[in-house]
Design a protein around this ligand. Structure first.
Ligand code: NDP
Length: 300
């Protein structure tokens, strides 16, 4: 293996430490405690794990955590009423509605009812528009985490060829916009892209956000490229015992690491950065709400 491993776990710990330092100063100098409200509708097991983890880390950095757990059959108007209440609560600086929502709830309507200034997931249509036009916005957490690691590794990204595989609203598109804003030459590839392997091979920065286990192999990677693997896929692991599974990314780690200059592992790469960036976004939202200087290095 030749690639440098980008340690997302350590990077995320460092981001949380910076956030905690800012939170302590906000409390001491301004008597303000940032607050994050997380709304979970239903009992999806994965969502429950995420929400627990978010709540725990929010408290660990010294912020207030407000958890709202609603029944799976909650009426849309009741959910919207809760969001309205949180929008108007000065103790709440960030609001996150855990996705996916149960089928009877209109996700777009719900997300767009969040005050854009408190939309720490960056999914509100106003924030999407602001990001797309290069203006100050709340930035989706996963792409923000990727950008932070890329900036740290490369310094300037200006002029680099970036290929983002995946065009989802939560990862692919915002990632491409962020890279464009940092003056990369950006290509977005997706399921209809022709000669995708050749497209990927042109990338100095290759971001994989596909959701297909180990799809990208070393022969798709330009020698020396930086590979950011967003994918989280659970596959069978008979070598660990009957019925056992393990997590892998969208990139085949071993073959990509032979060719790449740097690579994020799965697990321990992009994953830990997502919640760290949620905390960073909550801090940013709190500073903006109170007319205070935003923390350096924790926004896009
Ligand atoms: P989506 O399913 O919303 O989007 C997947 C994208 O990949 C689509 O644009 C799709 O193209 C494209 N795609 C699918 N198959 C192929 C293919 N064979 N070749 C090229 N492109 C393809 O996924 P998300 O963006 O939500 O998530 C992507 C991955 O990232 C998942 O593994 C998810 O678990 C992970 N993830 C990880 C996070 C983290 O914290 N680390 C956070 C969020 C997601 P098309 O549009 O043409 O269908």
């Amino acid at each position: 293996m030749t690639a440098t491993i980008i340690d997302g776990k350590a990077f995320a710990a460092n981001v949380r430490e910076k956030v905690a330092g800012h939170v302590a100063r906000l409390k001491e100098e301004n008597d303000i405690t940032p607050g994050l409200a997380v709304v979970l509708v239903g009992e999806d097991p994965a969502s429950q794990v995420y929400v627990r983890s978010k709540g725990k880390q929010t408290v660990e950095v010294g912020m207030n955590s407000f958890e709202h757990k609603l029944d799976a059959d909650t009426a849309e108007e009741d959910l919207l009423a809760l969001i309205d209440q949180l929008n108007n609560d000065p103790a709440v600086h960030g609001i996150l509605v855990q996705l996916p929502l149960p089928g009877h709830l209109n996700e777009d309507l719900v997300i767009n009812s969040i005050d854009p200034a408190k939309d720490v997931d960056g999914f509100h249509i106003s924030n999407v528009g602001l990001l797309g036009t290069g203006q100050k916005s709340m930035v989706p957490c996963t792409p923000l985490g990727c950008l932070m690691m890329l900036r740290d590794h490369h310094g300037s990204l200006s002029g680099l060829n970036a290929v983002v595989v995946g065009r989802s609203n939560i990862v692919g598109k915002p990632m491409a916009n962020l890279l464009l804003r940092d003056s990369c030459t950006v290509t977005i590839a997706h399921s209809r892209t022709k000669d995708i392997e050749e497209v990927c091979k042109q990338a100095d920065i290759l971001v994989a956000a596909v959701g297909r286990a180990e799809m990208i192999t070393g022969d798709w990677v330009k020698p020396g490229a930086t590979v950011i693997d967003v994918g989280i896929n659970r596959i069978d692991a008979p070598e660990k015992g009957e019925g056992k599974t393990r997590l892998v990314g969208d990139c085949h780690f071993d073959s990509c690491a032979e060719v790449a200059g740097a690579i994020t592992p799965v697990p321990g790469g992009v994953g830990p950065m997502t919640i760290a960036c949620l905390l960073a976004n909550t801090l940013t939202a709190c500073c903006r709400a109170n007319g205070l200087t935003e923390p350096e290095g924790l926004t896009a």
